[in-house]
Structures are given as C-alpha cells and as structure tokens.
Unconditional design. Sequence first.
Lengths: 193, 281
Amino acid sequence: MNKLVVVGTSTGGLNALQMLLPALQQEFSCAVVVVQHRGKEPGSQLRDFLQRSSPLPVKEPEDKEPILGGQVYLAPRDYHLLVERGNFALSTEAPVYFARPSIDVLFESAADAYGETVVGVILTGANGDGARGLAKIKSAGGTAIVQEPASAQASAMPEAAIAATNIDRILPLKEIGIFLSDVCHQRPRGELK
Amino acid sequence: MSEKGLQVADEGLEDIEIALLLDGVYRYYGADFREYAPASLRRRVREAVQREGVESVSALQAKLLHDTSCLERFLALLSINVTSMFRDPAFYLAFRTKVVPLLRTYPFVRLWHAGCSTGEEVYSMAILLHEEGLYPRCRVYATDMNPVVLRRAREGIFPLASMQEYTVNYMRAGGKRFFSDYYTAQYDHVIFNPALKANLLFSEHNLVTDGSFNEFHVVLCRNVMIYFNKTLQKRVHNLIYESLVMFGVFGVGNKESLRFTPREKNYDVLDAGNRLYRKVR
C-alpha cells in the first residue's frame, strides 16, 4: 500500500522544506501533503518558492482533487486542507489555534481516512499545532516522525509533538528525507484510493 | 466485539454512528446533511460531541432527537463558515472589470448569493455595485439554510476588530472611497450604512433540498459546495445552471472549479484565476 506523507511546519519551515524537498527524488512514489503556516496574503509565491527546490511537482490542490503519488501538495492560504478517501477537501471553518491552514486538521483527517498508511512529519515551528494530529496518526496505526528539536530553527513545535505521543523517529532534517525515501521507495505510483 | 468472536464491520464504528445520526436528523427534522463531505462533517460532529458534553456520537444522536435546542446548536455548528469582507480581493477586482460591464447592459439585474452565511461577502458586493452606479437597479438575493446566520447577516453588524483587515481587502479589491465611509463604529462593533441594505433580500433557502426560485443574471456560490460530496455538488451545479439566464455569470471560490462537473461544457471561462464563468449554452 502506498504511503501518504503529511508534513506540518511553521516558523523556519521555508528553510526546512527547502532542505527536505530535494531529497524526494522523481521516483518518489508517495503523495506528500504540506501545511506551512502562512498568512492570508494573496499570490502563489510560496508554491513557486517550494517548486524551485523540489524535483517533484508542487501544487495547491483544488476541492475534491484526486490524491496522486509523486506529487507535493501545499495547503492553500486561508483554507483548511483535509484528506478524504481518494481526494482532498477544503474548508473555511474557523482557524484552529489561530491557524488556517491548520496542521492538526490535516493530520486528523489523514489519520481518519488512511490510518496506518499515514506518515506524519513535524518540522520546525514556534507553536503547538500538529501535536494533537500526530497523536491521532499514531493511534490510528500510522508513523510519527519529528525533526530533532536541537536542530530545528524553532523547537516548540517538535517538542510539543514529542510530548504528545510516542514518536517513531526523532531525526535531523537530512535523515528525514532519507527515511521518507526509504519508506516510499520503488512502489508503483498511482492514485490513492 | 471481535474478542468475543463476533464479526466486526470493515466500516469504522464512528462512520456508522455518524451515518445513523444524519439519517435520524433527516427523518425527524428534514435537515439533510447526508451528502456533506465526510472529513469536515466528522470534525464538526466531534466538536458537537464535546460541546454537548456527551460520550459518543450515538449519545449526541439521542440528544439531538429529543432536544430541539441541541438541534439548533448543531445546525449553527454545521452552517457557520468563517469568511471576511472582500475575501480574495482579486475576485472583486475581476468582478469590477469583467462582470460589471456586462451588467451595465441590463435594465434590471438580479444577483443570487447562495450560502451567504453571516453576510460579509453580500455587503462587499453591495458596496461594489454602489460604487459602480449599478446598485439602484440591482436586487441581491442572499440565501442561507440557517435562519440564525441570516438574522446576523440582516443586521449588518460586524466586529470592529476586523475592519483593519477588511479595509486592506477593500483597497485591493479596487475600492474607490474610504472604507470607513460605509460604516459607523459603536463600541467594539460597526454597523453598515442602512442604504446598502435597500436592495438586499435575505431569505432561507437550502441548496440541498430546495429548488430554483428565480432567474438570475449573476449567481455567486463561493466556498459553499466545498462542504458537499461529489454527488451533491453535481445536483447543485444543475440547480445553479437552471437558475441562470443565458449569458449569466457564475462565480465560485478560488479553489473550486467546474472541472469534472456535468455543466462544465455549458460555461465559458470569463476569468480563470478568479473562477468566473459565463453560461453560454
């Protein structure tokens, strides 16, 4: 079964993603879904920025868009991004802990829809978003990965995640890329059902 | 349970409980959420379980069926979506430059704002039409399924704290005056100029269960159908198509599109980025 990789980050996330994404080479077969906390400012600069360091195509999904392997999906500004069986869904529900998109919202929906096939990754950030969602992924049988707090630009988010659940791997950024490539290596690409 | 040797369904227990709850609410009250998109619906049901202080979705179902005040809170939870005035300023700018010239050709213009929630985007449209000199010959029908949010929309009272953000949006949307010309601040709220309400008609309408009620030159249904599953989306697309005059304009949210809908071929794209379409066949 193909994995679904969900990544959450806030402060320092641009640098971290810039280092992580190049590790996910073209043969990477999983879908990667990223929530980077962002303001409501219009424009597609964030997507363009991430695309420059990503061998995989980066896009902001539309409502009900099918989830494909070998793609990086970025949560659009001012929406929550949720995962359903086979497709994305968007919502303008109230921000959760001041964040829309919220990491918890994405992670919880991923755990609900895909259970043990989900790999949750928490990177640098200065608040506690994602901790609850990562715990949900663990309790649904998925895998929890957290960036080593000492190597994170802001350690609060990794620390909150570590405090919230049993983490499978606490790794420096570089090794997270290797771990993900390993998990998703050489599986046939396809639509996530 | 499985440890007792009984066969347990593949479907999760919570999925079954939610389906039963929605079925009960529909059969008893006629409120139909059975074809809502599952992920955000599940979030809200869980939130209701917490807020109502009950143990499970099944317990929430019992409370909903026996206590109408619980139902009202549930409906509010399902229907309030948080929006802002001139949300996506570029959309309003495109509306000014690409739709307004089309509307000038009509002696009388009917607009339908479907799923207007607490009305922020309706007042935004009223301001835009006013500045373009079109408002006196427009009727804006603003509908929502929930009478509670409609009451708030009708009042036109919004938190003062939001005005800074809305002012920036207004300017980016091509606003021609001072945004503060349109409201009066009082304590921590503002009330919008009553003249803006003159041609607004707020009324209850449920896209799931109600049909078309007029012919419109413009239908805006932004970030409403994202809460529906694909089957229901198709039905609502048909409903809106039937409610538009030929060459009428249809606007959806920034991350919605007509792709994969049965009506895609009936529209021309007026502005791709801002999701404005025109009915042409």
